[in-house]
Design a protein around this ligand. Structure first.
Ligand SMILES: C[S@@+](CC[C@H](N)C(=O)[O-])C[C@H]1O[C@@H](n2cnc3c(N)ncnc32)[C@H](O)[C@@H]1O
Length: 435
């Protein structure tokens, strides 16, 4: 739950749910928790039934929703789904749209989670589309069980258009979508889309039917199709859309309105109070390739430092990344190198000793320092291997200016440490070599 600080400021799950209290209050949840000898209650996130129990219990406790989802269908993570609803609330506020609000949810799934949340929490009306007939049936039952059929229409659709048929004769204030993320079965592997092999293993079990998460062309084609359809509907009432798989949100409008006024998930994460740490790399005869050359060099450096680097946004003049470090791999580099060199030397002479069984040489080397050296090596390697917890996280912007590329580093509030930021920038300055 260390990622909770990334959540929307109004997300009630910024403080993790109290599993103990949930187990006391909800017997159906109690069956899935473990109690250790210290009295701590935990949940096995790798178990799909436990995840379903958590989802259904949170929906019941926090929204009064009674939802049933078969284990063969996508089990929505409620804190993330709530994030998107809150984001839409913010966008509607920017547009000045108040009751009655009417939206479309494309691919609502068996849970019908977004319409149920939006209708119950805010009284929004929804047209919820779904291509999978089994999911449509279950979604309809979920809507009915919660007496929300006056607000939510679940529509079974064909794969012949996402909103084009829907929006022909009705008006909507927004259109949202959590698209099928993958384009084929191979992509279901957790590392397929990872930009680095260092990405930690997912902590949660993943279950969904193939149709729910696979569509020809994956999320990019799905959203491209949606954008193209929305262009055709430009003068109709399509205001914005959200596409989301890995917590990325995409919103657009044809109105003269600055969507940035709404809560920007990236802005939430960056540190607004302190200015970024910056460094300017002078470039002679700047052209459009230089920005990429600089970022390529930075990525190589970050790979050496075992950082996890995720691109957040990209345009011709500006690239932005979230960078996570899992231990301090950047400071005292010279000392670490010296240490390693010394270890290597001592290792090779130790091998020589063993191979040659040269009594004289072995007598020259006392035992004590050797043990000390081995211990140091253990400490170094254990420092570097734990990828499960983020040690330090920052935002890196790489901006092309007239005769330079400017780097801006900014702390993420949850691991705020300006010293780390200065040290990492110093490491970059010391090691940056433009090819
Ligand atoms: C990733 S799931 C999202 C389900 C749910 N909205 C959620 O967030 O948990 C994508 C859903 O889109 C549906 N889908 C795929 N193609 C579609 C299409 N052309 N029109 C409507 N729904 C579609 C899938 O069946 C699946 O239920």
């Amino acid at each position: 739950m260390s990622m909770n600080k990334f959540m929307h400021p109004r997300n009630i799950y910024k403080s993790p749910p109290d599993f103990k209290q949930l187990a006391v209050d909800f017997p159906e949840f109690r069956n899935f928790v473990q109690l250790d000898i210290s009295g701590k209650v935990s949940l096995d996130f790798k178990n799909v039934e436990s995840l379903r129990a958590l989802t259904c219990t949170l929906l019941k406790k926090d929204f009064g929703l009674d939802v049933s989802i078969p284990l063969t269908k996508l089990i929505p993570t409620i804190p993330l789904r709530l994030n998107y609803i809150l984001w839409i609330e913010d966008l509607l506020e920017v547009f000045g749209i108040k009751d009655p609000v009417r939206g479309v949810d494309i691919g609502t799934g068996a849970s019908c989670v977004y319409p149920l949340l939006g209708a119950k929490k805010n009284g929004w009306k929804f047209s919820a589309t779904e291509i999978d007939s089994e999911s449509v049936k279950i979604a309809l039952e979920n809507v009915k069980r919660n007496s929300l059929d006056n607000l939510i229409d679940v529509l079974e659709v064909k794969d012949d258009g996402l909103i084009i048929n829907l929006v022909q004769d009705s008006e909507y204030d927004f259109c949202m979508c959590n698209p099928p993320f993958f384009s084929n079965k191979e992509e279901l592997h957790p590392f397929f889309k990872a930009r680095t092999k260092n990405r930690p293993h997912p902590k949660n079990a993943f279950v969904a039917s193939d149709n729910e998460v696979i569509a020809s062309g994956g999320e990019v084609d799905f959203i491209t199709k949606l954008i193209n359809e929305s262009k055709q509907l430009k003068n109709k009432e399509t205001e914005f859309c959200q596409g989301n798989t890995t917590r990325w949100g995409l919103a657009w409008t044809y109105e003269e309105i600055n969507l940035r006024k709404a809560v920007d998930p990236v802005k939430i994460k960056s540190n607004k109070s302190k200015p970024p740490v910056t460094h300017s790399i002078p470039i002679e005869n700047m052209d459009e390739t230089h920005l990429n050359k600089v970022t390529d060099e930075l990525m190589k450096m970050f790979k050496n430092l075992k950082f996890l680097c995720e691109e957040v946004s990209r345009n011709k003049q500006n690239l932005r990344y979230f960078v996570s470090a899992f231990s301090n791999t950047w400071s005292n580099q010279r000392r670490k190198r010296r240490e390693e060199k010394r270890l290597n030397n001592s290792d090779s002479s130790m091998e020589e000793n063993q191979n040659n069984n040269d009594e004289e040489t072995s007598q020259k080397r006392p035992r004590e320092p050797l043990e000390g050296t081995l211990m140091k090596r253990l400490r170094l390697s254990s420092n570097e291997s734990d990828m499960s917890e983020v040690f330090f996280k920052f935002v890196l912007s790489v901006k092309q200016e007239k005769e330079s590329v400017v780097l801006e580093l900014n702390c993420q509030p949850e691991t705020e440490n300006r010293d780390h930021l200065y040290q990492i920038l110093q490491y970059i300055k010391n090691n940056f070599k433009m090819q």
